[in-house]
Design a protein around this ligand. Structure first.
Ligand code: NAD
Length: 276
């Protein structure tokens, strides 16, 4: 997609962080932006601050709820007509020791981080294919979709799934007028360190999440990360060039090498056993 001018984008998780920065950057580039989020109050506040009522619209949308996504798509088309860009961006984070993570917390993160991306794509892709004006799907995965860290299994599992899902769709869309990009950020300034406090099992505990080491460590890393504005600018540049992966952390490159080397070493060990 060479230009965003007069194109319409639908952004999930637009009330904060990366989704908000993407929305602002798209408006600055002349796009119409339907900003959606589960938190309508925050969404309306930040959208009012963008102060571009002709180019923006807000709608409540819970990406974990297929009906909610369909209703938001209807709203978006009624407001601006054809949708050309879908940003499946909404997400939450969750870690913890495996064996001690509540089933309902697993369900929560899978429904938002994975099913949210799937529902968005299932609803908007056919709309893009039928209007014939071309389009682009942008899925926010994470660097955590390429390498893992201990105690982050729920987040790693969902983000690896988003990477695999997007890589498969990329092959389906090859040669069509619809592109796809996956955003794989490491530490971008946002409010995602608050997300685990919204997990369902918080209702069963008196824990003050803001006093936990997890909260302090992730807040520190995110507060010292790249600005969401810089990451949005990097992302729009990649979409313009129809590039697939977007990374922002020079230090994390070695982790991809290490994972690949480990896979290939075990692969070769298996092949050696098969031959003998
Ligand atoms: N910030 C980082 O360092 C970082 C790194 C890697 C990946 N990511 C990914 O970037 C994306 C955006 O996160 P962020 O860092 O801007 O966090 P953020 O918390 O600042 O913003 C996330 C937004 O998503 C919304 N949201 C949460 N659940 C939702 C739901 N069910 N339906 C609709 N909206 C919902 C929240 O209300 C919030 O406005 C996420 O997918 C996240 O996993 C972020």
């Amino acid at each position: 997609m060479e230009t965003f001018k007069h194109k319409t984008a639908f952004v999930t998780g637009a009330a904060s962080g990366i989704g908000l920065a993407l929305s602002k950057a798209l408006v600055a580039e002349g796009a119409n932006v339907v900003m959606s989020d589960i938190n309508l109050l925050n969404l309306k506040t930040v959208a009012a601050a963008i102060n571009a009522p002709d180019k923006t619209a807000t709608v409540a949308c819970n990406v974990a709820d297929h009906t909610s996504v369909m209703q938001a798509a209807d709203f978006a088309m009624a407001r601006f007509g054809n949708i050309h860009m879908l940003f499946n961006n909404a997400g939450v984070s969750l870690g913890g020791a495996s064996g001690k993570i509540a089933a309902k917390d697993w369900r929560w993160i899978v429904d938002i981080n994975l099913m949210g991306v799937i529902y968005g794509t299932e609803v908007f892709l056919p709309l893009m294919q039928s209007h014939g004006e071309g389009g682009h799907i942008i899925n926010t995965a994470s660097m955590a979709g390429h390498f893992t860290t201990a105690l982050m299994a729920p987040y790693n599992a969902t983000k690896f799934a988003v990477v695999g899902y997007s890589e498969s769709i990329r092959q389906e869309l090859e040669g069509s007028d619809i592109g796809i990009t996956i955003l794989c950020p490491t530490w971008v300034k946002s409010n995602i360190y608050n997300a685990p406090a919204l997990r369902p099992s918080m209702d069963d505990t008196d824990e003050d999440f803001t006093q936990t080491p997890t909260y302090h460590l992730s807040k520190h890393l995110i507060d010292n990360g790249m600005s969401a504005e810089d990451f949005a600018s990097l992302s729009l540049g990649a979409i313009r060039q129809n590039r697939f992966y977007v990374f922002n952390d020079p230090a994390a490159r070695v982790a991809i090498d290490a994972r690949r080397d480990h896979i290939l070493a075990d692969y070769d060990a298996c092949l050696a056993e098969i031959k003998t």
